[in-house]
Design a protein around this ligand. Structure first.
Ligand code: SF4
Length: 371
């Protein structure tokens, strides 16, 4: 087996508390751009799902992307761009600013591409057409820089799911209507990621929106998103077999799940920091009984609102009375149901917003509880 195939069958992890230095060590070890032509157009896709700093647990540390950019520029690459589309309801421009990417762009002279402003191309895969942002057509080499993070619907978001940020908002909503797993797997058959650098510094193990970062202090690099995600599930103490899109992506030929822990090469064995034990998963994250095809942003706002009410000792509305999601569009719902978000606009009692903020949901539920 040649070095390239050997490298593709492995993941490389490093532990520490300095994302810049850790990323530099990974890149120096892997030399992933050795055979890439200098004129290649390189796209870097972080996870900037919300406009919150990386310490909040939802977004990629800019120091990791900065180290990648500096490494590329030192290697003679100049056609580099950072691409992203924040989640439904969030401004990507604001996320670039708050997360430190606008400053990074100015410092290194590289463009930021807000994919929400992009045109769309349609890709055909067996059984499904997928809308993808046109910028993806211009990229020769895609560096995916996801977080190893929890997700309130799919349980994990890492390399495979981070590509949801290269499709338009309307398509993101459709993915939710289709149950997420199969569309995520199929999206990965039409968009190829060439290098993955996964941020496990302080991700939130529960929610893609962050708020409860857990200090894991690791970064992992690899070339196979299925391998990366099957390993990342274990990092969050999840079973990869419980995350259908990983299996579906493997079946679609995107990559191969981890077979043995020997596939993980630690660059600093012996000096790793103790891994934080994952706290128990949030019971509120599980069952919102009348959820139907809700977007992540809406669902996460609701769970955050419920948690805030609970922390403040407020009496909670039973979750059985709460409804949300695209499956409720056009329905009036049962008379005692409280609708959250524009999708429940025809309910007798509903809160507008797409998505509504946690603050608005808290106020709405407090009002409903007393009113
Ligand atoms: S209201 Fe919520 S579920 Fe409906 S489209 Fe907007 S974000 Fe998605």
């Amino acid at each position: 087996m040649n070095r390239k195939s050997q490298m593709h069958e492995h993941l490389y992890e490093i532990h520490g508390n300095d994302p810049w230095t850790m990323t530099c060590h990974l890149l120096e070890y892997l030399q992933p751009f050795k055979h890439l032509p200098a004129h290649a157009v390189i796209g870097i896709k972080p996870n900037l799902v919300t406009a919150t700093p990386a310490g909040h647990g939802a977004t990629t540390h800019p120091q990791i992307v900065e180290a990648v950019v500096a490494f590329l520029q030192a290697g003679g690459f100049s056609r580099i761009k950072i691409i992203e589309s924040a989640w439904v309801g969030e401004s990507t421009a604001k996320a670039f600013e708050i997360c430190g990417y606008t400053a990074l762009s100015k410092k290194y002279g590289i463009p930021l591409k807000d994919l929400k402003q992009d045109k769309v191309v349609e890709k055909q895969v067996p059984g499904m057409d997928i809308q993808v942002c046109r910028q993806m057509e211009t990229i020769d080499y895609l560096i995916n820089v996801p977080l190893i993070k929890g997700h309130c619907q799919t349980r994990l978001t890492c390399a495979l799911k981070n590509l949801k940020g290269v499709i338009p908002d309307a398509e993101k909503r459709r993915f939710h209507r289709l149950g997420l797993h199969r569309p995520i797997a199929l999206l990965n058959t039409v968009v190829t990621q060439h290098l993955i650098i996964a941020d496990g510094i302080c991700p939130d193990p529960f929610f893609e929106e962050g708020g409860r970062p857990s200090s894991l202090q690791c970064i992992a690099a690899g070339f196979d998103p299925v391998l990366m995600d099957s390993w990342a599930a274990g990092v969050l103490e999840l079973d990869a077999a419980d995350i259908p899109y990983i299996r579906m992506a493997a079946e679609a030929g995107v990559g191969q799940s981890m077979q043995s822990i020997d596939q993980v090469v630690s660059l600093n064995t012996g000096s790793r920091l103790p891994r934080a034990h994952m706290p128990d998963h949030d019971p509120l994250a599980g069952d919102i009984l009348h959820e139907s095809q809700a977007c992540s942003a809406c669902r996460s706002s609701l769970v955050n609102a419920l948690n805030r009410l609970k922390e403040n000792g407020k009496t909670l509305i039973p979750v059985e009375r709460i409804a949300m999601g695209q499956g409720h569009q056009g329905s009036t719902g049962a008379p005692d149901l409280l609708g959250i978000g524009d999708c429940t606009a025809d309910f007798v009692c509903h809160l507008p917003g797409c998505p509504p903020s946690p603050e608005d949901i808290s106020a709405f539920l407090r009002h409903c509880n007393t009113g």
